[in-house]
Every structure is written in C-alpha cells, then in structure tokens.
Design a binder for this molecule. Sequence first.
Ligand code: GLU
Length: 305
Amino acid sequence: MDYQGILNVIEDKLKGEKLDGEVATYIPELAKVNPDKLGMHLTSVIGEEFHFGDSEERFSIQSISKVMSLALAFITEEEEKIWERVDVEPSGDPFNSLVQLEHERGIPRNPLINSGALVICDILVSHLKNPKQEYLDFVRKIAGNTTIDYNEKVAKSEKAEGYNNRAMINLIKGYGNIDNDVEEVLDFYFDTCSLSMSCRELAQTFVIFANQGKLLQNQKRVLSEVHTKRINAIMQTCGFYDEAGEFSFRVGLPGKSGVGGGIVAIYPNMYSVAVWSPKLNEKGNSTAGMRALELLTEITGSSIF
Ligand code: GLU
C-alpha cells in the first residue's frame, strides 16, 4: 500500500476543507497552542514510517495517556481486581461528567474517561514505589524512546485549575473506590496527562497495540494477547468521549483522543496512526483529526469492519 501517497492526498484534502473548532482553554497552558498546527504519522507493523506536516512537533497528549495507564495496570494488578472497580461500558456522557458517577455509586463506566482513569491511577499509586517515574519508564519502553517526558508547565497549569477532577475523585473516594490520598492520586493523574509527544512518537508507541502486545523493535512481549485485545476493544467503544459511536461509524478503528488535539488509532496487524490538530469539535475531539482518519480508512478501503 502506498501510504505516503495516501497521506499526501489526505493533507491536500484537509487544506481544501473548512474544519472548524476551538482549542481547549480550560487548561490555561493548552490555550497557548497555535490552532493551525496539523501533522500525521503512520507506523506500519513492519516498521515503515510515513508522515506529513507538523508530525515531529510535540504536543500535550492529555487523555491519550489513559491507554498507557490501563496497560500498566494490567501488568501491575490482577485483572479481576481492576474490573471490580471500573466498568467497561461506553459512557455516552462527557469525559468529566459527575452525574453518571453518582448514579453508579462511584464505579466509573470505563477506564478511558476521567473518573475511570483516576481509579486506574489509584491502582498504580498502590502498587508502584515511584508512580511518576515508573509510568514514564513504561511509556519510554514501549515507545522505544528515552527522551519522552512530562511537561511540568502543563501539569502545573492543570493542577491549579482542576476543580472538576478534584470534585470527581472526592466523590469516588466517598463511595470507597479510592484507596490512597486524593491529592497524591490527582497529582499523578495530572502528570500522566501532561506527557508531551509528537505524532511520530505516539504512532511508534501505539504500534504495540497493533502488534498483539509485542514491541516492534525486538518483538518482545510486553502485554498478553488477551490484554491487548481488551485495550483495543475499550478504545473502540470508549475512546472518544460521547462520540465513540461517531468515530466507529466514520473511521472504523480503535483509537483514543485527547483535548490537546491528538488522536491515535490502530489497525490490528497493520499499522498505528497519530494525527494532531488542536481545534476541537463540541465533543472535545480534533475536527481535522477525525476527518484525516476517516479519509485514511476511506481511501485505503479498509478498516476493522
Ligand atoms: N487532563 C484532562 C482532564 O482531566 C484530560 C482531558 C482529555 O484529554 O480528555 O480534564
């Protein structure tokens, strides 16, 4: 498949379309990003790399980090114990909704919304000696890249303003589903969200989920096949806030988005692909990012469906 030719066509088409949206501003540091950035990178499972635009520039991956948190939880905690505390159903609600959490008595709908990720972070805080460092080491390992790091400014900016997440974790704690100190868990959660990565780095990190849980560099297994299946299934059904159905419908690949404007998607046994454009639609997903991935599966004529 001529992926580079296809990416070039996508770049041209995006330039000719009116793809509006708003940059996230509720985290003050994110509001400073140039809204016109656009980049895309595809890594195939045989290690080929294709890209265009600002694909080498790092941005705030935000909720995309929730996928790596879940992967690390699979390695550190017995699986049944995870599912006693978090469900695996799409939420159909915004990523930071408190209403559903109250109805469901502190059991978050899935690990890819904020409430679920907070519980996953609590599990990691319980099991890891130095969660911040060990999480970073894990991401660097699956990325095959030791330069990936947190962005302290973004983390600080969110720590100062994260009222909704603070309310949420206290509510969950009230229902007995947070074991550790809420501030310690929140701090770790905000750090994970502040990871700064480029489209190239994201595609190279997520290729493990297209490669049945094995690292591309040496084919060493990091995640079991079953855990890889579960992560992909949860991305498919829960990876796009209350727009997961729309993303499935238009793109047809498992993926995850973040309010920094990044989206990463995988095609099992074929490729992983990351796209970045900071302008978000009203559901919080990158407008141009969704369109780029829709074009990719349309032009290649293949998706998991
Ligand atoms: N750190 C953000 C928050 O907790 C992540 C949101 C997102 O990317 O969906 O609100």
